[in-house]
Design a protein around this ligand. Structure first.
Ligand code: SME
Length: 151
């Protein structure tokens, strides 16, 4: 399924009546199941007043990294930079937190609510260098839709 079709499906999930976490989980599953190189899809959110991220809904293998301090790993760096982070080859990164030995690449896109970076979508891939600008634009769109149901 191409990104435009996935956007339509994601929008109907967002507009459904289930809880926020159920809708976020459904988005994770939609993306993981329909983009061949998305092998783990999850949301991290700022943990209250703390300078750390807390794992939210995700699809894929369970991870030990349910809390990530700001600045640590790809996710923690995006919490501070407010910029997309595309990692074509995780082995080339010094500040990287490995979740699984099968992961070869990663993309993290920050999620803004009223202009504030409150979390992110994180995708791991078992394929090397699979992400393009189309993934960035698509995931920015997903995060904008998700922000609509967060308060
Ligand atoms: N690899 C991430 C940690 C989160 S896992 O990918 C689920 C990082 O370096 O921040």
């Amino acid at each position: 399924m191409m990104f435009e079709a996935l956007k339509t499906k994601a929008t109907s999930i967002i507009e459904s009546n289930s809880t926020v976490d159920e809708r976020l989980l459904a988005i994770c599953k939609l993306l993981k199941e329909n983009v061949s190189y998305y092998d783990w899809v999850g949301f991290y959110f700022k943990n209250g007043d703390k300078d750390e991220l807390k794992l939210g809904p995700y699809a894929g293998a369970p991870t030990d990294h349910t809390i990530i301090p700001f600045g640590k790993g790809i996710c923690g760096q995006v919490a501070i930079s407010n910029q997309n982070f595309v990692v074509p080859d995780v082995k080339a990164q010094d500040n990287y937190i490995a979740c699984s030995i099968t992961v070869k690449s990663e993309i993290v896109v920050p999620l803004f609510l009223n202009g504030e970076n409150i979390g992110q979508i994180d995708i791991d891939s078992n394929t090397k260098d699979p992400f393009s600008e189309a993934d960035e634009r698509f995931l920015e769109y997903i995060n904008e839709k998700v922000a609509e149901i967060l308060t």
